[in-house]
Design a protein around this ligand. Structure first.
Ligand code: UN1
Length: 491
């Protein structure tokens, strides 16, 4: 199967270079994807510019009707989409279904915005004058999405863009283009006007750069690594783009001495090893009170040894492969760094290549203990199934350690003490805080994003996402019949 671009409602034809899409569970080739050029981006942007002019004039509730249809089709195809997702990305099928559900939820939620898109009315300084502000569409927006959530993150960006009256160019990650292809088919089937939704496959350096540099692309919404994100911000700044960035995390679960330890272990396992640790929200540090450190470590070890690892299409598997060989090597190199730094490797720390596992990219769930907060394994994003246990003496110290990293996406605290809980939710410097739950599992109707190096102040999903895809327009209507001058004293 050859995946080509979806531009102006059609599948782009003609000569092009293609690259292989591999199943991370077994190395099999699933498809080939077009490596597009700057010219392809230009074609897509032209189509989007034309389409957007008319799209902006379609009443928002009618624009939303397309989202209801998109959501309905996604629901109808949920199992198929989940399987495609698991094959191309590797997450276990239960999580594949969960991610598709996240996209469905986003469709219906944003469709509801078609009947809200609230603006504000405000009193005017002057008599017989009406003042209001409304959300106006921005134009053509560029969406750059990562491989770890090939569909959900795209829905966080494209659905608010659609309902707000924009057209978009979406560049999915080259590792996971098949979900974008499936979504493009859905956009086509629901009859979204040609040019409103465009998918251009290819590399960040060619396609991403062309999108950011294009003068007709007004907004860039990016989710991905911190390294790439800062390049996007730099280039976007040069071209005076509105840039929304969601990048890394170094998320921690705090376990206090009064916590329900069984619950905490469940929370840690799910948020550290689900998606093989490849979530921006994944737990990669456990900050534990010294009184329960030993017990927690023993309980974690016991449960980690029972985690089933393998192809995520097998319903009994809990931890799937990581995305590719490069990721495998990066994770393994962090484990070497941890050992050299003097952390104690409790379990894991190896590439798994016995039998069938050798065909895929599998890393053993790994636990380090006696980790010091300033070690590199406790500071840098590893993006794999590796967790560091850090011991602390108090809630104050736990919060300090939690906040002592350059990222600020998600954090969590397990405690039964209401005072500790309220203090923690106030003082944890992350965009998302969980109490008595792991660090993953954000719901789509709340703002998603983080503080410090995680982002640049914008939010995906939730009603806050509309701020990325709309421009505030202030409107003054003077019905006095005379020229009234604001700020000028008149008798
Ligand atoms: C991500 O890893 O970038 O909160 C997104 C969660 C998911 C989304 C994660 N709903 O873990």
């Amino acid at each position: 199967m050859k995946l080509s671009n979806f531009i102006n409602g059609e599948w782009q034809e003609g000569e092009a270079t293609y690259t292989a899409v591999l199943n991370p569970a077994n190395g099999e080739q699933l498809a080939e994807v077009r490596m597009s050029t700057k010219e392809d981006v230009d074609t897509a942007v032209k189509a989007a510019v034309n389409a957007q002019k008319k799209w902006a004039l379609v009443p928002a509730p009618k624009r939303a009707d397309y989202l209801y249809e998109i959501g309905r089709l996604m629901k109808e195809r949920k199992e198929h989409l989940a399987q495609v997702l698991t094959k191309e990305m590797g997450k276990v099928i239960e999580e594949g279904r969960g991610e598709v559900q996240e996209g469905i939820d986003m469709a219906f939620y944003m469709a509801g915005e078609g009947r809200r898109l609230f603006g504000e009315t405000t009193p005017s300084e002057l008599a017989d004058k009406f003042a209001m502000s409304v959300r106006a569409p921005i134009g053509v927006v560029g969406l750059i999405t990562p491989w770890n959530f090939p569909v959900a993150i795209a829905t966080w960006k494209s659905f608010p863009a659609i309902v707000a009256g924009n057209a978009f160019i979406w560049k999915p990650a080259t590792e996971t283009p098949m979900m974008a292809y499936e979504m493009a088919k859905i956009f086509q089937e629901v009859g979204l006007p040609p040019g409103v939704a465009n998918v251009v496959f290819g590399s960040g350096s060619e396609v991403g750069t062309a999108m950011i540099e294009h003068e007709d692309v007004k907004v860039i919404s990016f989710t991905g690594s911190t390294d790439t994100g800062s390049k996007v911000a730099e280039l976007g700044g040069k071209h005076l783009k509105k840039v929304s960035l969601e990048m890394g995390g170094k998320n921690a679960v705090i376990v206090m001495e009064d916590a329900d330890l069984n619950l905490a272990v469940e929370g840690i396992l799910w948020s550290a090893f689900g998606t093989a640790g490849q979530r921006c929200t994944a737990c990669s540090r456990v900050i534990v009170h010294k009184d329960v450190k030993k017990e927690l470590e023993t309980m974690l070890l016991e449960r980690m040894e029972k985690l089933t690892i393998g192809d995520g299409m097998d319903e009994s598997v809990k931890v799937g492969p990581v995305i590719n060989k490069n990721a495998l090597e990066k994770i393994h190199s962090y484990v070497q760094i941890g050992k050299e730094e003097g952390a104690n490797l409790v379990v894991g720390g190896e590439i798994l290549d016995n039998g069938d596992l050798a065909k895929g990219n599998y890393y053993a769930p790994t636990l380090f203990s006696n980790v010091k907060p300033d070690m590199r394994i406790a500071q840098e994003e590893i993006f794999g199934p590796v967790v560091s246990l850090i011991e602390v003496d108090s809630l104050e110290e736990a919060i300090e350690v939690n906040n002592g990293v350059k990222f600020g996406l998600s954090s969590s605290i397990f405690s039964r003490d209401v005072n500790k809980i309220f203090r923690a939710q106030r003082d944890l410097d992350t965009g998302i805080v969980y109490v008595n739950a792991g660090t993953t599992g954000a719901e789509i109707h709340l703002p998603f994003g983080g503080t410090k190096g995680t982002g640049n102040g914008h939010r995906d999903s939730g009603v806050a996402a509309l701020d990325v895809y709309t421009e505030w327009k202030s409107i003054y209507i003077d019905y006095s019949g005379k020229l009234q001058r604001a700020q000028i004293d008149t008798e």
